[in-house]
Design a protein around this ligand. Structure first.
Ligand code: HEM
Length: 608
């Protein structure tokens, strides 16, 4: 057996010592861990408890917030109901059923008839509940209407996809006043700027095109009043907004077709509370809108090119060169062109530094303006042509006025146009009988409308101004309200021997100070005085043709000048005659909607 040497003893004791040290260290470590575990459990529990309480607090706060909001909304709704119910009108359930029936027919004149009946029963202000949160207030007193137009600037913003597709989200026509204000101002400057001469010359240019239909062989050809007027107003408005190249633009025909097709469809699709994206009809409508926007870009690009490369004279040859030589439409640069054209075309629309519009906005607003302007003017012009074909005696007066004013000058000058009051009266009378809008809409979104201490229209209620009802009011227009009588817009006068003519107002709303008529009693002609103006015609508060107040039509002067110029140039050369095959039965005219039985007529050159 080996003896333990002092050296090995030393080694063993070192080893034992290190083992002991190691054991002690691991024990200390374990002790520490145990200690840590016993310390962290309440902390985690505390954290968990804390998070739970926080979540509950947040939930409570959310609940309180939502309840407060709901209560506030409910209180607002209650106030809305209380204020709404203070206004006279039928109880809630009756109009609801009635409205559903009306919206099914989709006919605005039905609703006008309904409102007219309510006004008879309840007076000049009537409220109709269209739903628990939808209140419509109709007003048919012209003094109150003036007040409403002055006080309420908004329209209920349209959120329907069908409208947005056609006009864009920010269109001037469907926005609140805050959004529309700057655009109104800019468009007003463009339309009422120095364009009267241009407008007049383009109108004459367009009227010359009608000659194509009256060349020998085609003379006496049956035309459609609506189609002819539509084409004329489309060409003039297009040339004003997009420049001369519009008149020779190869895609103009397609654009015209699309514009009027969209105008027929837009109301139909906007009636759906939930847009039926899945239907083929809606898909087609969407494609039409997109194509129309594409065409707006195309014409803007073309005008830009013509302005830069071809100077001011636009010829078909140059247009062809443009389409053949520069395929900008396939290179995707059209947007750039369009944006530049926007700057040029609508530069003057920019109000100071704060008006910034992107290309999309411009396209949509140009399309909206074309849409609204063409539709309204085409309807009125079409009616004038049809009515004059039906009333040859009135047409004779028009011819006489044109001959008298123009004195053989051909075509009529801009000064001549300003003197044609009888023609203007015809335009107003046609629009009175068949207004372009049956109802005007107003709304005060953020404040109640206090019309008198006892009459308060709550904020958010839709205020309807029933144009059709006003236009057919016997109290305002007399017992011949259903007759086509342009003289009602003019004042009759009698001349006593050698003395100046004295004027009598036929219409209680006409301003007796500014008569301006070439026709006297017994058809005697009065001398035409250049100082006289048509203000009395246009300022008749009962005729809501162009609306009024801060949302009135910006194109009023433009439209009247364009329509008078076109009609004067046309009637200087032609007579319109009722198409023999479809002679309209005058008794058949629908009393309320005044739908004309036939719009077919023939153009016969006048012998001068
Ligand atoms: C005979 C032709 C026209 C008629 C009967 C007509 C009628 C109207 C009516 C009733 C309104 C609504 C007014 C209101 O709510 O108080 C309106 C608005 C408007 N019109 Fe015309 N209009 C005609 C032509 C034009 C033309 C040619 C243009 C432009 C080129 C035009 C531009 C506008 C604009 C921009 C608005 C919207 C104003 C806004 O909402 O603030 N109108 N028009």
């Amino acid at each position: 057996m080996k003896s333990i040497t002092p050296l090995s003893f030393c080694k063993i004791s070192k080893l034992v010592g290190s083992l002991l040290g190691h054991w002690q260290h691991s024990c200390r470590q374990r002790e520490f861990c145990v200690h840590e575990v016993t310390m962290s459990r309440p902390f985690t529990l505390f954290l968990r408890e804390y998070a739970k309480r926080q979540a509950i607090t947040i939930l409570w706060l959310t609940l309180i917030l939502v309840t407060t909001l709901l209560l506030r909304r409910l209180a607002k709704l209650l106030r809305f109901w209380i204020k709404g119910n203070r206004l006279p009108g039928p109880p809630l359930k009756v109009p609801l059923g009635r409205f559903c029936a009306i919206s099914k027919t989709g006919c605005p004149s039905d609703f006008s008839i309904y409102l007219a009946a309510l006004h008879k029963q309840y007076g000049p202000i009537v409220r109709v509940w269209l739903g628990p949160t939808h209140l419509l207030v109709s007003v048919n007193d012209h003094e109150i209407i003036k007040n409403v137009m002055a006080l309420s600037k908004d329209r209920v913003p349209a959120t329907r996809t069908a409208l947005e597709l056609a006009f864009g989200k920010e269109s001037i026509f469907i926005s609140t006043y805050k959004k529309a204000r700057k655009k109104r101002f800019s468009l007003h400057r463009v339309l009422n700027g120095n364009i009267v001469e241009k407008l007049h010359s383009i109108s004459i240019q367009v009227c010359n095109q009608v000659d194509k239909w009256t060349t020998p062989g085609l003379s006496g050809m049956e035309l459609d009043a609506q189609v002819l007027s539509q084409h004329m107003v489309f060409s003039v408005l297009g040339a004003i907004l997009f420049g001369d190249s519009f008149l020779v633009w190869p895609s103009a025909e397609e654009f015209e077709k699309l514009l009027f097709m969209i105008s027929e469809k837009v109301c139909y699709w906007a009636r759906y509370p939930v847009t039926p994206f899945w239907t083929d009809g809606f898909k087609q409508y969407k494609e039409m809108c997109l194509r129309a926007q594409g065409l707006v870009e195309e014409i803007l690009a073309l005008s830009r090119y013509m302005k830069d490369k071809a100077g001011t004279c636009v010829t078909e040859h140059k247009i062809n060169q443009y389409y053949e030589g520069i395929s900008i439409f396939s290179t995707g640069t059209e947007t750039k062109y369009a944006e530049e054209v926007w700057e040029d075309t609508v530069d003057s629309m920019a109000v100071g530094q704060d008006f910034e519009a992107d290309a999309q906005d411009v396209h949509e607003n140009l399309f909206g303006t074309m849409f609204h302007g063409c539709r309204t003017m085409a309807v009125i012009m079409g009616c004038v042509l049809t009515r004059l074909a039906q009333h040859p005696e009135i047409q004779d007066k028009v011819h006489a006025e044109i001959d008298l004013v123009c004195g053989g000058r051909s075509p009529p000058s801009t000064d001549d146009i300003k003197k044609m009051k009888y023609l203007v009266a015809i335009l107003y009378e046609s629009a009175r009988l068949l207004p372009t809008r049956h109802l005007l809409q107003r709304c005060a979104l953020d404040h109640d409308l206090k019309l008198s201490p006892s009459t308060i229209i709550p904020a958010g209620a839709v205020i309807a101004l029933p144009v059709k009802v006003m236009n057919m009011d016997v109290q305002i227009w007399g017992h011949d309200v259903h007759e086509f009588n342009p003289d009602r817009f003019l004042q009759s006068f009698t001349a006593s021997d050698g003395k100046p003519l004295t004027y009598k107002s036929k219409n209680p709303f006409c301003n007796a100070q500014s008569p301006d008529v070439p026709w006297g009693v017994e058809g005697k002609r009065a001398s035409l005085d250049g100082k006289l103006s048509s203000k009395s015609l246009a300022s008749n508060p009962s005729l809501l043709l162009f609306g009024g107040g801060s949302r009135s039509c910006i194109g009023r002067t433009f439209a009247m000048t364009e329509m008078t110029s076109l009609l004067a140039s046309l009637f200087q050369r032609y007579k319109v005659e009722v198409s023999l095959e479809e002679a309209p039965d005058r008794c058949n005219i629908n009393i309320m909607s005044q739908l004309l039985p036939s719009s077919k007529f023939t153009l016969v050159p006048r012998q001068q």
